[in-house]
Design a protein around this ligand. Structure first.
Ligand SMILES: Nc1ncnc2c1ncn2[C@@H]1O[C@H](COP(=O)(O)OP(=O)(O)OP(=O)(O)O)[C@@H](O)[C@H]1O
Ligand SMILES: O=P(O)(O)OC[C@H]1O[C@H](OP(=O)(O)OP(=O)(O)O)[C@H](O)[C@@H]1O
Length: 338
């Protein structure tokens, strides 16, 4: 089937085709009952039960497609949206320097941003974009890297970071021999674009420092690097274009995904407690909105049901037991809608 000709009338939803965000995104789509079958090697899949088409793209390209409005919705990392934003800003700045647009037009374009609106933090894909240098080297602060070579896949964020750093350093020195970066659009620091394995750049003599993602820190440690600053803290997000083709369907999808995330984050805790001890028990676990309290068929006893954050459930059970709650049950939540 020629899928491209079946996109008409469908909301286009971009999802990461590979990498760190791919599997968690597919799980989220399944939880939200977005049913599709992706043909081998095809980057478009029609959703069977909703007027949606999924477009499988590299995470780094999703903000471009959503930002320019060709795609309505997307899942990617906040780092990728910020990188895209910084790229759009750099483009407008370059156009202003070349005289193509006025400073007023530049600030008007920049205030509009990249065209992506963040709907929701999805709570996975957490990582930090960090400035890293060799552990045993001579650099210890970001300023030590001014004028040096920096390897990164996040060229625009790195350029902006070092432009600000140079500007700060120049302002502090009140130097007249080197005009501040902001006014010249020229960086003294060289940003070298690398598409992967960025952490190898220092050891191989390509760069003096790098700007790369860190989660567990294993890759950084194995490459003999240490972090000296954080440029962006990131996690996976749901984004939409400024003018989606079907805003109601966007809201429906957002609400389904929000429901799945809440279900993943919370468990349902049920217990019995004497009414005289209820206030103390409710203080320990007050619930997401409020506890559901029902009278038990036993004089002076009530049954309580509350949503509790999964990561806090063990100490909460300990404390509930301590104040006299009994028959404590913890149940997984399949889905939610608020
Ligand atoms: N170690 C990590 N832990 C958690 N999230 C990460 C990690 N590395 C990357 N991410 C997130 O996943 C996004 C995609 O990164 P990933 O390296 O998987 O991309 P990719 O599409 O496979 O591209 P590449 O081919 O450049 O590796 C990043 O922008 C970031 O938001
Ligand atoms: O702190 P850690 O848990 O070790 O994770 C960090 C690594 O993960 C990402 O790379 P990825 O493995 O996705 O491959 P890439 O280098 O090809 O981008 C990132 O670029 C780091 O290299």
């Amino acid at each position: 089937m020629d899928l491209v000709n079946h996109l008409e009338g469908r909301l286009l939803f971009a999802v990461p085709k590979k990498g760190r965000l791919n599997q968690a995104t597919l799980n989220l789509l399944e939880g939200a009952d977005i049913q599709f079958r992706r043909e081998n090697r095809l980057d478009i899949a029609l959703v069977k039960n909703l007027p949606i088409a999924l477009i499988f793209l590299p995470a780094a390209d999703i903000p471009t497609f959503v930002g320019e409005g060709q795609v309505d919705l997307g899942i990617t990392g906040l780092d990728q949206v910020k990188e895209h934003d910084a790229g759009v800003q750099a483009l407008h700045r370059a156009r202003r320097f070349s005289g193509e647009i006025t400073p007023e037009e530049e600030s008007e374009h920049s205030s509009r941003g990249s065209g992506c609106e963040v709907i929701l933090d999805l709570g996975f894909g957490g990582c930090k974009l960090q400035v890293q240098v060799p552990e045993k080297g001579t650099y210890s602060t970001p300023k030590d890297l001014i004028g040096k070579n920096i390897g990164t896949s996040f060229v625009h964020l790195a350029q902006r970071y070092f432009a600000n750093l140079e500007l700060e350093a120049d302002t502090a020195q009140d130097s007249t021999d080197a005009p501040p970066a902001k006014f010249t659009n020229k960086l003294r620091t060289t940003i070298i674009e690398l598409s992967g394995s960025v952490e190898a750049a220092c050891a191989l003599g390509v760069a003096d420092g790098i700007v790369d993602l860190v989660e567990s820190g294993e890759t950084m440690k194995a490459a003999g690097l240490k972090p000296i600053d954080t440029v962006v803290e990131s996690s996976a997000i749901l984004i939409k274009s400024r003018k989606p083709s079907d805003p109601e369907l966007v809201d429906l999808i957002a609400s389904r995904i929000r429901g799945v995330i809440t279900a993943q984050r919370y468990v349902l805790c049920q217990y019995n407690v004497e009414r005289s001890l209820l206030a103390a028990a409710v203080k320990i676990a007050p619930g997401k909105r409020a506890p559901t309290i029902t009278t038990l068929d036993e004089e002076g006893w009530v049954a309580v049901s509350v949503m509790v954050e999964k990561k806090k459930i063990a100490p909460i059970m300990d404390q509930l037991t301590k104040v006299g709650a009994s028959d404590i049950l913890v149940l997984d939540i399949a889905n939610t809608r608020s």
